[in-house]
Design a protein around this ligand. Structure first.
Ligand code: 5GP
Ligand code: MN
Ligand code: MN
Length: 335
């Protein structure tokens, strides 16, 4: 990783330098937490011109509306057009940056902090660690190299990011180093119970009713001839409308679907347009779902990946099914 170049790029800044932090569209806990935590760290260095933003609707999902550092956020349309430095968080490819890709083309160097194996290598300075459990792991390392001490505000942001991407410290990415980092964050006095309740365990009543509708139409396609069982469901714009809910309330649904014992792979299709779906895929290990997602125009990790699909829900599911079958054929050919 280009640590020296990243440290140098930050050290060269002056208090009034325009620093633009960006993260991926539909930001999750890692995207927002690593970006805001790092942004607060830059402020501690005396930088006054730090802005943070993300593409698409400027709305911050309800669970993240108490994060420290939210005052760094500006709508994408108002973000610096000609910043002195760009830092990009948790985005595997430029396609995840929407209209903000134009900020990568300006004269300023772009430092990319990420942990996706599918990262395309865009930007100028690359801090991409596929072994890292979250982008916030990379962000904390850069803060350490910049001699920024952790305080409770920075720690809360980084903790939300780490807890989100490790599934609350349940996934295999939860290494001893992850727990050591969590220990450093907790030592600042942040309250994990309170944070977890806010992030993971608080949803509007309408969302709970909506989950009933969506989970009620879950389909299990059993493993055929040694293949992979696939369990999936979909949520339409009409579902959101009927329960008066915002799209981000759908994010936890994949965790209910993926627990299906009879399936190796799970998916939730979230309608984003008349014939467009944001798809979440999860694997228990037999299948590398990032390959499936990349083949369908998206990206992600071995166990969690996603893409945007066009057509009806049935069309999109048929395409996933075809990719799963071809993954199986390839695996058999290798044997
Ligand atoms: P989630 O299902 O939680 O939205 O995403 C799971 C993983 O897949 C995340 O690491 C995320 O970055 C990646 N991912 C989700 N949707 C997309 C997409 O449309 N394009 C790309 N490149 N990656 C995605
Ligand atoms: Mn993310
Ligand atoms: Mn992440």
């Amino acid at each position: 990783a280009d640590w020296a170049a990243a440290v140098d790029a930050v050290r060269r800044l002056t208090p009034d330098s325009r620093v633009l932090l960006i993260c991926h569209v539909n930001p999750d806990g890692d995207a927002l937490g690593s970006m805001l935590g790092f942004g607060l760290g830059l402020r501690r260095l005396g930088l006054r011109g730090v802005q943070a933003t993300f593409p698409g609707p400027p709305e911050v999902p309800e669970p993240f509306r108490d994060l420290p550092g939210l005052d760094l956020l500006v709508p994408a349309a108002e973000a610096y057009r000609d910043p002195d430095l760009v830092l990009c968080f948790d985005a595997a490819s430029e396609s995840r940056l929407g209209d903000l890709v134009d900020r990568l083309a300006v004269a300023a160097p772009a430092v990319v902090l990420d942990h996706h194996a599918s990262n395309t290598g865009f930007g100028d300075v690359h801090l991409v660690d596929p072994q890292a459990a979250a982008t916030s792991v990379v962000a904390e390392q850069l803060l350490t190299r910049l001699d920024v001490p952790l305080d409770a505000e920075i720690a809360e942001c980084l903790y939300v990011a780490l807890a989100t991407d490790t599934g609350s410290f349940r996934f295999d990415a939860t290494t001893p180093d992850v727990h050591r980092m969590a220990a450093r964050l907790l030592a600042t006095g942040i309250r994990p119970g309170e944070i977890s309740r806010r992030i993971f365990d608080t949803r509007p009543f309408g969302a709970v009713r909506l989950y009933g509708d969506v989970l009620g139409r879950t389909r299990l396609e059993p493993a055929a001839a040694g293949g992979h069982g696939f369990v999936w469901t979909y949520a339409t714009l009409a579902d959101l409308d009927r329960h008066d809910q915002r799209p981000y309330v759908l994010e936890p649904l994949i965790d209910s679907v993926r627990c299906t014992a009879e399936a190796d792979v799970s998916g939730v299709l979230k309608q984003i347009a008349e014939d467009g779906w944001a798809v979440s895929l999860r694997s228990k290990g037999a299948v590398d779902v990032s390959r499936v997602a990349v083949a369908l125009g998206g990206g992600g990790h071995r166990f969690a990946a996603g893409f945007t699909g066009q057509g009806t829900a049935q069309d999109v599911v048929a395409r996933i099914r075809a990719e799963l079958d071809s993954a199986l054929t390839q695996a058999k050919e290798r044997d």
